[in-house]
Design a protein around this ligand. Structure first.
Ligand code: ADP
Ligand code: MG
Length: 241
């Protein structure tokens, strides 16, 4: 029932136009979406369809040209730059295609650094170890990124993004740089995180096989939502491994 819809984040009439005049590009056009806690939301669409633009707007890294984003009880357009930075820092975790780990810090130091933004240092080190164990890297705590495989680096990136217990975890092509089996392991990890924590997990991908694994599927084409569907019994990715 619509009245009971408890979206953590909603976008209403979101349009994002880049550039001006002849160089103008409408990356998103009148987009309405709801992002829910405990849900694995998948955004599918071809390259250039606006997926990254939508993710950046939901995460407060960019602002729409028009339309509204509501996160919890906050209307993002009413926040100052400082308040928006604070929202991003405390509420949102990001996972990118290319990990972006700090090369001269170990796996656990990379995660602890993020955790230390929201808790005392001693606790941060403990939380980092725990999170890395949860993503199956308990044996790699003291390795530097250059000694980790792509899949292991992405697991560190996921642990780092979860360190601040974000309300929202946004993942932009998280398996894009990995072979398909390793990529599936990463996606399975993200699906499990969605189902076992209060974090709303959103994954952007162009892997259409993910469609059946989503609680909520949003399909974009040319900046418009062309499908927005709910699946109460999605396929469990782990069972495909
Ligand atoms: P996707 O992630 O689905 O590949 P994007 O959201 O990156 O798509 O891009 C959507 C459209 O907006 C594309 O046409 C892209 O070229 C354009 N675009 C994205 N970011 C910018 C930007 N900063 N400046 C100008 N155009 C942009
Ligand atoms: Mg993109």
């Amino acid at each position: 029932m619509v009245a009971l819809d408890t979206a953590h984040i909603s976008a209403r009439g979101v349009t994002r136009i880049f550039g001006t005049g002849h160089a103008q590009v409408t990356a998103l056009s009148d987009v309405d979406v709801n992002i829910h806690s405990n849900n694995f939301t998948v955004i599918l669409g071809p390259s250039g369809s606006g997926k990254s633009t939508l993710l950046n707007i939901l995460g407060g890294m960019d602002r729409p040209t028009s339309g509204r984003i509501t996160a919890g009880d906050k209307a993002l357009e009413s926040l100052s730059e400082q308040e928006l930075t604070n929202y991003r820092r405390t509420q949102v975790g990001f996972v990118f295609q290319f990990y972006n780990l700090i090369p001269n810090l170990t796996a656990s130091e990379n995660v602890a650094l993020a955790a230390a933004l929201v808790m005392p240092h001693k606790e941060a080190a403990h939380v980092a170890k725990q999170l890395l164990e949860e993503v199956g890297l308990g044996h790699r705590l003291n390795q530097f990124p250059r000694h980790l495989s792509g899949g292991e680096m992405q697991r560190v990136a996921i642990a780092r993004a979860l360190a601040k217990k974000p309300a929202l975890l946004l993942c932009d092509e998280p398996s894009g740089a990995l072979d398909s089996k390793t990529g599936l392991h990463i996606l399975s990890q993200l699906q499990r995180t969605a189902h076992t924590s209060n974090t709303a997990v959103v994954v952007v991908t162009h892997d259409a096989s993910l469609a059946s694994s989503a609680n909520r599927l949003i399909r974009l084409a040319d900046g418009k939502v062309v499908e927005n569907s709910v699946n109460s019994s999605p396929e469990i990715i782990e069972e495909r491994l």
